[in-house]
Design a protein around this ligand. Structure first.
Ligand code: OAD
Length: 242
């Protein structure tokens, strides 16, 4: 059990493994390819320039899969932890689905963007809610300005969102916990090295992540099985659903 005291400030980093038990495939490992493309080949500004229809086909598929998914006990346990800790809790996710929100999380920082939002690739119109699917041969969605509407996702080679807030929270945390992330995609993979001298660093997932040596502790298993009984907050076990 992981004991949290009133002086603890918790930074949670989640990755695709947290949504795996909800039926959303992870990027790496078994089932990590889409029609023989690696994620890097369909999620980059280069892919968008070369073949925007292929990119929309990929994100339309992902919208359909995520649209059917329901939060699992890992999402519910983290929402309960947020409720218990209030301002002492910061949730940063690399996931673009909305399962943390569906589980009741109030303040999720989506560093890689959000699957159910789109934006224009040309003008400054803010990102907007969009659950549309644009599979070929449908026309590409267009903005009033003449630009093309693209997914509101941080692609390879682009800068993740909200990095200033994220580094502020990393600096202030006493416990850093990464859950279900393989530790290969930067900058998230280096968060643990950034905090390891001032915070406990804990990993949760079934396998060792690539950056394992920077973590002081690890709990090996599925997030949905471990998280519901992992936390004790201010002397009381955290109850999920209670
Ligand atoms: P990966 O697919 O690289 O890694 C998923 C991790 O989840 C692996 O380490 C698995 O061991 C672990 N895992 C699998 N099932 C699990 C379970 N039930 N409970 C806990 N862990 C489990 O996913 P990420 O590290 O999230 O970016 O990938 C990072 C980024 O790479 C993604 O956000 C995405 C991708 O390219 C963008 O799309 C911009």
């Amino acid at each position: 059990m992981l004991r949290l005291t009133p002086s603890d400030r918790v930074f949670i980093l989640t990755g695709a493994g947290v949504s795996a038990e909800s039926g959303i495939p992870t990027f790496r490992g078994a089932g990590g390819l889409w029609r023989n493309y690696r994620i890097e080949e369909v999620a980059s500004p280069y892919a968008w320039q070369r073949d925007p229809r292929l990119v929309w086909e990929f994100y339309s598929m992902r919208r359909r899969v995520a649209g059917e998914a329901k939060p699992n006990p890992a999402h519910l346990a983290l929402a309960r932890l947020e409720q218990a800790l209030g301002d002492r809790f910061f949730l940063c996710t690399q996931n673009v689905d909305n399962l943390h929100e569906q589980a009741g999380a109030q303040r999720v920082v989506h560093m890689h963007g959000e699957l159910f939002k789109s934006r224009c690739d040309s003008c400054n119109r803010p990102p907007f809610a969009d659950s549309g699917t644009y599979d070929p041969p449908a026309a590409l969605p267009r903005c009033d300005c003449g630009g093309t509407i693209r997914p509101h996702i941080c692609w390879f080679g682009e800068t993740p969102f909200e990095m200033e807030r994220i580094y502020d929270a990393l600096e202030g945390c006493t416990l850093f916990m990464a859950i279900g992330t393989s530790g290969v995609v930067e900058p998230a993979a280096s968060f643990v090295a950034y905090v390891r001298h001032h915070a406990r660093a804990v990993y949760v997932g079934p396998e060792e992540p690539s950056n394992r040596s920077s973590f002081s502790d690890a709990y090996f298993g599925k997030a949905g099985e471990l998280l519901p009984t992992l936390f004790e907050v201010d002397g009381k076990p955290l109850t999920v659903g209670g």
